[in-house]
Design a protein. Structure first.
Length: 376
């Protein structure tokens, strides 16, 4: 299978058992393609751990999972000291199946990290090196996933929080999805997703990563800089490190949509990379909604136009050929047609294109009915 296809299948399968967890699956997939770290922040019971565990099931990679408590000791994460070596005066850990050997790691309740493990986690995340006693161990860690119910307030944990390029606020599912949630939880409890095949291996992940640098970003750079300004004006600042890394996230988003050039809607990744404080998540989402032609927004506007046109169509039947409202509707249809054209201009998304075509067909057929009634 084509690599971009594989990445999309992974995203699809990751999201599959859950209700309303598309964005969560997306940020996890983006973090894998970019080789960056991702943290999910949200109230208990919002499927954060379940999503990370499912990523482990779908990925053919060396995975390490651990639930941190305030009392977690270094040996639990990095392996126990090798006593035999110690007797010979050599300080060494037995790292097999522990974090130093993991390509992908999931640390649940990550901000429980205490001072005994924190520095080692930081250097593993940042430099991919474990400084331990007198030795430096190079580790193969590619992506670390973290989960937590809140953003840490302690200054010593800020450095840890900052290491996550991707941060996502996981919210409860909306009321209209509660019924679906019941069914989904039932299926999950039944463990119908228990025996799943691996979708993607680390070689594919690395190849996808190397494809990032083939994505043409020129078209969006101006807009990105403008967004940095707009965010800054609202007091939302990104560290220089974050600003630089965002390009990778943008390129990964384009790749997932099978494009080798970034377009404005790829800038939606700012939503997962720019927020810091909990209130930033919604603020930034609102700014992006205003500033970007994002798919959701375009679809919503198209649906509104569609509903209006449908109403015109319904009213038409009751109108006689001399009804003055006919001309009014005819004019409205023309306006709608232009609106649709402007909305979908430069948008390549297949769903958007299809919706626009459907609306255009509707406009066409209602216009013809009007012509007939008007004897034009
Ligand atoms: N959006 C959802 N869709 C389907 N099941 C869900 C959803 N949210 C929660 N669940 C169910 O609740 C369980 C508990 O979620 P869990 O991953 O432990 O939450 P968290 O780690 O966020 O506290 C999941 O295994 C799943 O069965
Ligand atoms: Mg959990």
């Amino acid at each position: 299978m084509d690599l971009l296809e594989t990445a999309n299948k992974f995203l699809f399968m990751l999201e599959e058992p859950f209700v309303g967890r598309h964005e969560e699956a997306l940020v996890i997939t983006l973090s894998l393609i970019t080789g960056e770290h991702v943290v999910l922040i949200g109230e208990p019971g919002t499927a954060k751990s379940a999503m990370a565990r499912r990523s482990a099931d779908l990925l053919d990679a060396k995975f390490f999972k651990y639930l941190l408590t305030r009392f977690t000791e270094p040996s639990e994460l990095f392996g126990p000291l090798d006593i035999a070596s110690l007797r010979r005066g050599v300080y060494k850990r037995i790292t097999s199946n522990k974090l130093p050997e993991a390509e992908i790691a999931f640390l649940d309740e990550i901000f429980n990290a205490n001072s005994a493990v924190l520095n080692s986690i930081l250097s593993i995340m940042q430099e991919r090196i474990l400084y331990d006693g007198y030795s430096e161990i190079k580790v193969p860690l590619w992506t670390l996933m973290g989960a937590s119910n809140k953003i840490p307030e302690e200054p010593e944990l800020e450095a840890l929080y900052d290491r996550f390029l991707f941060r996502h606020n996981v919210k409860h599912v909306n009321e209209e999805y509660w019924e679906a949630l019941l069914d989904a939880s039932w299926e999950i409890e039944k463990e119908i997703y228990g025996n799943i095949e691996k979708i993607m291996d680390m070689e594919s992940v690395r190849l996808l990563n190397s494809m990032l640098f083939k994505v043409d970003l020129n078209e969006i750079k101006g807009k990105l800089l403008r967004l940095f300004m707009i965010l800054g004006e609202k007091g939302l600042y990104l560290s220089d490190r974050r600003k630089g890394k965002i390009l990778k996230a943008i390129a990964a988003h384009a790749l997932l949509e099978k494009r080798f050039h970034a377009i404005e809607s790829d800038l939606v990744v700012l939503k997962y990379t720019a927020p810091k404080d909990i209130e930033d998540f919604e603020k930034i989402e609102a700014i992006l909604m205003d500033e970007l032609k994002t798919k959701d927004r375009i679809m919503r506007e198209l649906e509104e136009i569609e509903a209006n046109i449908r109403n015109f169509g319904k009213n038409l039947d009751s109108m006689q050929s001399f009804d003055p409202r006919l001309l009014e509707i005819y004019k409205n249809l023309k306006v709608s047609k232009t609106k649709v054209q402007n909305l979908v201009q430069d948008v390549e998304d297949a769903d958007v294109r299809r919706k626009a075509e459907e609306i255009n067909d509707m406009i066409e057929s209602i216009s013809q009915e009007i012509m007939i009634k008007l004897n034009m």
